[in-house]
Design a protein around this ligand. Structure first.
Ligand SMILES: [Fe+2]
Length: 228
């Protein structure tokens, strides 16, 4: 079993799957690679959206187009919410949590760390009782200083690692991902797949490079965070 925590499989809603056919092919490949539970997390950029409510409508419409073709044990709808200044005060922000859980996937900006980013993370978790998952934490190595990386790791969050971080070519990222596992940070895996080509699911790669126990620990996070 594998739980996908981060992917752009819904058709025509962001820079992920461009149509339902691509979504279907992505789903097929993920299933072949052992994914049994899937969280769909289209990008949410507060400055581009009219409202959270409108985004949720668009997400529902996109899901409707492929719902019958997804043969996973469970499909949950979420979002990859870009951290922007003032995000925690946006109306209905808490509704972007992963369906039926208290988990919300947040993406840091790809630039130098600034204090307000972590204030937004703190406010979102504290005000709404949500647990933050920080998306693809290994992708900030080139933007942050070593001290800023340590600050990020002090955040009370779950750290999401993309499967692709384990490619042989991504030395620094792989090393960082291994460090997080060794030091027993709370970790979940996701593909961040946008298609089946240059941003493919890579669940086969993860299974080759990471222990079954570590993948099971990632799976367990979802169940631990279900709303009762
Ligand atoms: Fe993503």
């Amino acid at each position: 079993m594998s739980t996908e925590y981060h992917c752009h499989i819904l058709p025509g809603i962001d820079d992920g799957a461009e149509n339902a056919e691509t979504s279907r092919r992505m789903a097929e490949l993920m299933q072949q690679q052992g994914v049994t539970r899937l969280t769909a997390t289209p990008h949410f950029y507060a400055h581009r959206e009219r409202s959270v409510a409108r985004f949720l409508e668009k997400r529902a419409e996109a899901y409707e187009k492929i719902a019958d073709d997804l043969h996973f044990d469970e499909v949950l709808l979420g979002a990859e919410v870009a951290i922007e200044q003032g995000l925690s005060e946006l109306k209905d922000i808490e509704q972007l949590a992963i369906g039926g859980t208290d988990l919300i996937l947040l993406e840091l900006p790809y630039r130098e760390y600034q204090g307000w980013m972590f204030e937004e993370i703190y406010n979102i978790s504290a005000e709404f009782g949500l647990t933050v998952i920080l998306a693809h934490v290994h992708r900030y190595l080139m933007h942050y200083t070593a001290a800023q990386i340590e600050l990020m790791l002090k955040t009370k969050a779950i750290f999401q690692i993309n499967n692709e971080a384990f490619r042989m070519m991504s030395h620094g990222e792989r090393h960082f991902a291994k460090r997080l596992m060794k030091e027993q940070y709370p970790i979940v895996f996701g593909s961040d797949a946008h298609n089946n080509d240059d941003r493919a699911p890579n669940w086969d790669l993860l299974q080759k490079r990471v222990s079954a126990e570590q993948i099971a620990a990632s799976d367990a996070v979802l169940d631990e965070h279900r709303l009762r």
